[in-house]
Ligand binder design. Structure first.
Ligand code: UDP
Length: 450
């Protein structure tokens, strides 16, 4: 048995699609480096173990009632998880520590759990933290208190266009929108989460130096901890899906029949939703664009009826002629497909990074949390996408799609997106920044005393 097989890592993902995916990818990356993996997970959205036969999965029991176990109000869910999971997590972790399996070298916890580091310390285990968002957005969340003190938060409608010089080029409208009736409780949990990261044995990020170098270098100055940007995780090697919904693979054979770079892929992730009139406007915009489209209409993603048959007739004709709708797509494969030339996204961090890694320009429609920050960086800093400003309107949607897919005007955006794909690929190659950072992470973990 080599040194690493004898080292077990316990990973504790947050029960949200955009958090489970990168944690399982990280587990695979570390397993490929020889570490044994145990996943502790909540009952809510428990991952399917079958695609990961080499990992041990253990449920902690989250104590959430049926009405509480939902991602429809994400802020409330995070607060509930932090209130309910500490005790069962501690019990489970102590069982793992005293088990006959390989000794637990380290806990890798999702940053959304504010209690994880303290609990692990009591159990005699070192903690590293995985932040599933970008480095830039992390700095903004860590600056929440300052943003409140300086009057940027809560967001005032009269100040939406004001710049936020502390985080250029953000404007007030780009700051994370957090809807909660309990702002003080939210701030306390957020603060504990940030402090937990500061006191941890290191921070792992799903990003890469060439993408977020300025934010990473500020983070290193501001935090007395080691930071490991080892992304994009999903490109580090083959990784199995962690999807909660079944992936509809028929869209891949449909894509096979489309011309290169002709299709706009539309998906707003696992939580965001639109109302019925927005649903209809999206459909009309797709129809007006005259381009082929692949649209993910996730169950529950329309507040109201999501019946496609009720959409306007001109859309139904376009769907028949050059469109495809699925409930859930194999997104990595879709974005890597030669037919896909643009991604209309809500700019969740995973989707944003997946698009950047495949060189697919984005149409940005951020909804909440860090999505506005990500979208602003996509359009104004990396300049690999366009914003759908001022609400949804069919003509503007069609214009944005055509700009990215066919118009000369979109050429520079397409070129920059292709350059980022190169950068994402080269950071993972031997000697690349993420490759080296991963070496550093593995050695860092091996340096922990058992
Ligand atoms: N995803 C997928 N199929 C879909 C839509 C999304 O596999 O049809 C995946 C996507 O690849 C990403 C995750 O779901 O890894 C969504 O995470 P993201 O951070 O983009 O958004 P969230 O769901 O957290 O808002």
């Amino acid at each position: 048995m080599n040194q690493r097989n004898n080292r077990r890592l316990v990973l504790f993902p947050g029960p949200i699609q955009g958090h489970i995916n990168p944690m399982l990818q990280l587990a695979q990356i570390l397993h490929d480096r020889g570490f044994s993996i145990t996943i502790l997970h909540t009952d809510l959205n428990s991952p399917d173990p079958s695609p990961h036969p080499s990992f041990a999965f253990r449920s902690i029991g989250d104590g959430l009632g049926q009405s509480e176990a939902s991602t429809s109000d994400i802020v409330r869910l995070i607060m509930l998880l932090n209130a309910r999971c500490a005790a069962p997590f501690e019990e489970r972790l102590r069982e793992e520590v005293s088990s006959q399996d390989a000794p637990v070298t380290c806990l890798i916890a999702d940053a959304l759990f504010s209690f994880a580091r303290d609990v692990a310390e009591r159990a005699g285990v070192r903690t590293m933290v995985l932040r599933t968002g970008g480095a830039t957005a992390f700095r903004v969340f860590a600056g929440f208190r300052l943003l409140r003190e300086r009057g940027y938060l809560p967001i005032a409608e009269s100040r939406l266009e004001d710049p936020v010089p502390e985080f250029p080029p953000l404007r007030v409208k780009d700051l994370p929108r957090v809807n909660t009736g309990e702002p003080e409780l939210f701030d306390r949990i957020l603060n504990d989460r940030i402090e937990g990261i500061k006191d941890s044995s290191g921070l792992i990020l799903n990003t890469f130096e060439d993408l977020e170098q300025p934010a990473l270098s500020l983070l290193r100055q501001e935090y007395p901890i080691v930071v490991f940007p080892i992304g994009p995780f999903h490109k580090c090697g083959p990784c199995s899906s962690g999807s909660f919904l079944a992936e509809d693979r028929s869209c891949i054979s449909w894509l096979d029949k489309q011309a290169p770079n002709s299709v706009v892929y539309v998906s707003f992730g696992s939580i965001a939703s639109v109302n019925e009139s927005e649903f209809s406007e999206i459909a009309l915009g797709l129809a007006d664009s005259q381009q082929p489209f692949l649209w993910v209409v996730r169950p529950g993603s329309v507040r109201g009826s999501e019946l496609v048959e009720n959409l306007p007739g001109c859309f139904l004709e376009a769907l028949e002629e050059r469109g495809k709708i699925v409930k859930w797509a194999p997104q990595h494969e879709v974005l890597a497909h030669r037919a896909v030339g643009a991604f209309w996204t809500h700019n969740g961090w995973n989707s944003t990074l997946e698009s950047i890694s495949e060189g697919v320009p984005m149409i940005c429609m951020p909804c909440f949390s860090d999505q506005n920050v990500n979208a602003r960086f996509v359009s104004d800093v990396w300049r690999v996408g366009v914003h759908l400003n001022n609400g949804l309107e069919r003509r503007k949607i069609a214009e944005a799609i055509r700009k990215l897919l066919v118009e000369k005007e979109g050429e520079e955006v397409r070129e920059r997106a292709a350059q980022f794909k190169e950068k994402a690929n080269s950071c993972l190659m031997q000697g690349g920044s993420s490759f080296q950072s991963l070496d550093g992470l593995a050695n860092h973990i091996l340096s922990f005393e058992l």
